[in-house]
Design a protein around this ligand. Structure first.
Ligand SMILES: [Zn+2]
Length: 510
């Protein structure tokens, strides 16, 4: 517990995985039978899914993953203030007339009072939003600017928080989206980009390379801080230390064309030069007027710049189709997903909610299935932001058409959820079987952007590649062929580890 004490603003519940699995012994039979029995009991189902091995979270924005309580605690420690008028964390020193000192409110300051903290937590998240006169969409997107300042200087703490939270839930892998360097890239674009010039002359590549080097240095510092906070040097088995984390460079799609262009270039360069960056994504509201207006140009940017980064193109995932009828004019629906795939070369799609507006729907689904374009499904986010939930959610449509999908959180801190919550929502809403759930969990590793060949030929059938086909996860020995194969593939090695977690989880029910 020594490590946990160092993690300010984080829940300090240090229960080991072994203990959690031990609690399953109260139920007997098999994991699949148990799940079938408790599926309609949300109390037991939460506990079952909390311990169930979940391969990873591939759609997780780092700043949105942090709970408001952490931001408030860090801001208090850093002498930052709360501005009532804008509902935002602002720099100190605090002026009594316009802003409040957060250190007086949290945690346990002189005038600490829960009622003072509560409305701040509400303003920094979608908690209690139905009680206010604001849509889920507007409340959700408003939070980021409000807590943004609290993240400054605290990125190591942020990594530690998500590692710890996901470790507790039996999740071995995270692909975290973050925008480090994007502001600098945008400033460079405003100062000197000229998109009318030939490719190599539009921006000074050496200056973009300098931003890449600076971002890598920042990530070094974040990781160092994370290791210190989790106590990984004292005990490698400390909670959170084992969670593998990689990053996706996120480009802000609501900014000017020049800014988006240089950010996209920066994203490709980050993937090329820093192995911790495994992909890129375009973020910010897809329904924003600028995002809608420039969507085609953006896809063309990715295609064009990507043609100079052939190897890095396998790491393209794009928010596409995070739209709904009524939110935007109907003419904006039903083509973003297709363009993301066919023009930008996306290997994964974030949300994909408006797929049913695609005129040639079934050919597109067929293409996504055959080319294994995976969809990152964010059920709570889609409900809160878009107002789309079952029976209007397309998850069953994707499953029926063999399009690979995985469950993810989007912004677990803002939405006050976790990945277990999303698994529970999927099981309860769509009556998923244990076998299907295991496939969705496997998909989060099968379709991540780690280098190396995949372990599975087919995650839904559980069919592994030849080299590891006759091996038993969790067994004391492993065939030479499988061992050699896992040694060549970072991705498959982690997939095998997930299979071992399944073996341990399922054995606890026998
Ligand atoms: Zn997202």
């Amino acid at each position: 517990m020594k490590a946990n004490k160092k993690m300010s603003g984080m829940a300090a519940v240090g229960i080991g995985l072994v203990c959690l699995l031990g609690s399953q012994l109260a139920l007997s039979g098999s994991a699949a039978n148990t799940m079938a029995l408790i599926k309609s009991d949300p109390v037991k189902l939460r506990n079952f899914l909390f311990n169930f091995p979940k391969g990873g979270d591939l759609h997780n924005h780092l700043t949105g993953a942090i709970y408001a309580e952490s931001y408030i605690a860090w801001a208090a420690e850093d002498g930052k203030c709360w501005e009532e008028e804008t509902l935002s964390i602002v720099p100190g020193p605090c002026d009594e007339k316009t802003v409040r000192s957060l250190s007086e409110l949290y945690p346990g300051g002189r005038n600490a009072d829960r009622l003072g903290v509560d409305p701040i937590v509400d303003a920094l998240s979608t908690r209690n939003y139905p009680l206010r006169e604001v849509s889920g969409h507007n409340q959700f997107f408003a939070t980021f600017a409000r807590f943004s300042l609290a993240s400054v200087g605290r990125r190591g703490e942020m990594l530690a928080e998500v590692a710890y939270r996901n470790s507790r839930q039996n999740i071995p892998y995270l692909e975290l989206m973050q925008s480090l360097g994007m502001l600098e890239a945008a400033e460079l674009a405003v100062a000197s980009a000229d998109l009318d010039k030939p490719y190599g002359e539009r921006i000074d590549h050496a200056k973009v390379d300098a931003i890449v080097a600076d971002v890598s240095r920042q990530v070094d510092e974040m990781e160092k801080k994370k290791i210190e906070l989790l106590g990984c040097e004292e005990a490698a088995s400390a909670m959170g230390c084992e969670v593998e984390m990689r990053f996706l460079a996120q480009v802000l799609r609501t900014w000017s064309l020049e800014e988006v262009y240089v950010q996209t270039l920066l994203a490709f360069k980050l993937i090329e030069s820093d192995p911790r960056f495994v992909g890129l994504n375009f973020v910010a509201p897809e329904d924003h007027p600028v995002a809608l207006r420039d969507y085609r140009r953006h896809m063309a940017f990715i295609q064009e710049i990507g043609s100079h980064y052939e190897e890095q193109r396998s790491g393209i995932t794009l928010h596409a189709g995070e739209l709904a009828l009524g939110l935007v004019p109907p003419e904006n629906l039903g083509w973003h997903i297709q363009e993301a795939i066919e023009v930008a070369g996306a290997r994964r799609i974030g949300h994909g909610v408006d797929i049913n507006h695609t005129p040639d729907l079934y050919p597109l689904l067929k293409k996504m299935a055959s080319e294994e374009i995976m969809v990152e499904i964010n059920l709570t986010s889609n409900d809160v932001i878009l107002g789309v939930k079952a029976p209007y959610h397309p998850l069953p449509l994707y499953l029926e058409n063999n399009v690979p999908v995985a469950l993810s959180t989007d912004d677990e801190g803002v939405s006050r959820i976790d990945l277990t919550h999303e698994y529970q929502r999927a099981v309860s809403t769509f009556d998923l079987s244990y076998a299907m759930l295991r496939s969705l969990s496997r998909n989060a590793l099968q379709y991540n952007f780690l280098p190396g060949d995949r372990l599975f030929l087919d995650t839904y059938k559980g069919k592994r590649i030849q080299a590891c086909n006759s091996d038993t996860p969790g067994a004391e020995t492993m065939s030479t062929a499988c061992s050699e194969f896992l040694g060549t593939s970072e991705k498959a090695a982690l997939q095998w580890q997930l299979e071992e977690r399944f073996a341990a989880f399922e054995a606890s029910f026998e």
